[in-house]
Design a protein around this ligand. Structure first.
Ligand code: DCP
Ligand code: MG
Ligand code: MN
Length: 335
């Protein structure tokens, strides 16, 4: 539920992207049709890459991911300034309530539907019934006003510097990379995705007791420095929480930290950089090439489809090479 403000990045088709993303949200949150959800997102992503205004549906159809049905909707929007399907969707207060509740971090479509069926239609209703929420959802509600703000690139740059300075004091061998939409070069992000590794932390020793505290130590350090202000969850390899630029009155921001084994760093970086649509396409490409790719490893499949030993990967480029794809810079991984 994090939407770009109109026209901010100078996208000449922002209004079209907005209505396509509104349809995407409806398909995900209300219809639970992930196929259509992805189709609308792909179409919006195609349009947002254009540097000129699309003149009609036929012109839009030349873009990847835009077929006859979406082209018709683009024509309707260009001709009438609205979309009847969306008008109808938004006449139904159940739809509107489900959409609103899914904008709370931690509340998915199923939970939103359950809450609306229990009579909860507004955030005020939800505040009175917090016993129905888990920790993530309670924090999502508490910081709702903050989390709905997108994060300017410049603020992430500041947080990155402070975070690196503090973590380097723990050990200068940590490698810290901010991934997600920030690494893809976006001017604004929905959250901050930090990938962390250390040469002494490898997949072979993953289970060993002393390694379990690696991420915990980093989180405790950032809490002491008042960068991390709340925790949603903390496991051995994954932290989900809340941060704020220290000594500022900036909004609190959603922060994800992942600890990856040193020998799996590049698969982790590829995964965590996304986009999620790009990852989906790349994993499909891997299967075509008889490989299986995930956030940990790239493995060749036997003719029976059984994964072999992981390939030795020393860069993100290596992964593209194994799959006979030309390398894509993070900024070209948006769809
Ligand atoms: N990811 C994925 N599949 C998912 C969720 C995430 O492959 N279902 C990967 C790709 C994402 C990355 O994790 O780029 C980070 O997830 P985010 O939800 O933070 O997405 P982004 O950083 O890309 O966008 P935003 O600016 O909204 O945070
Ligand atoms: Mg992100
Ligand atoms: Mn994230």
């Amino acid at each position: 539920g994090k939407r770009k403000a109109s026209g901010i990045a100078g996208n000449p088709n922002q209004d079209l992207c907005d209505f396509l993303m509104e349809l995407a949200d409806y398909e995900r949150n209300v219809s639970k049709n992930i196929y259509k959800y992805n189709a609308y997102r792909k179409a919006a992503s195609s349009l947002s890459g254009l540097s000129h205004r699309v003149i009609n549906g036929d012109a839009a159809r030349k873009l990847p991911g835009i077929g006859e049905k979406i082209a018709k909707k683009i024509d309707e929007f260009l001709n009438t300034g609205k979309l009847q399907k969306l008008e109808d969707i938004n006449k139904d207060e159940t739809n509107v309530a489900i959409n609103l509740l899914t904008r709370v971090s931690g509340i998915g479509p199923a939970k939103a539907k359950e809450l609306v069926e229990a009579g909860i239609k507004t955030l005020d209703d939800l505040r009175k019934q917090q016993d129905k929420l888990n920790r993530h959802q309670k924090i999502g509600l508490e910081y709702f006003e903050d989390f709905k703000e997108r994060i300017p690139r410049e603020e992430i740059e500041q947080i990155e510097k402070i975070m690196k300075d503090h973590i380097m004091e723990l050990s200068s061998e940590y490698i810290i990379t901010i991934c997600g939409s920030y690494r893809r070069g976006k001017e604004e992000s929905g959250d901050i995705d930090v990938l962390l590794t250390h040469p002494l932390y490898t997949s072979k020793e993953k289970e060993s007791k002393k390694k379990v505290s690696v991420l915990k130590n980093v989180v405790e350090c950032l809490e002491k420095k008042r960068l991390i202000v709340d925790t949603i969850s903390l496991g051995p390899t994954k932290f989900m929480g809340v941060c704020q630029l220290p000594n500022s009155c900036k909004p609190c921001r959603r922060l994800d930290i992942r600890l990856a084994p040193y020998d799996q760093y590049y698969c982790a970086a590829l995964y965590f950089t996304g986009s999620d649509l790009f990852n989906k396409n790349m994993r499909a490409r891997a299967l075509e090439k008889k490989y299986t790719l995930n956030e940990y490893t790239l493995k060749r499949l036997t003719p029976e489809g059984v994964p072999r030993e992981p390939e030795k990967i020393s860069s993100e480029e290596d992964i593209f090479r194994f799959l006979e794809m030309s390398y894509k810079e993070p900024k070209d991984r948006n769809a």
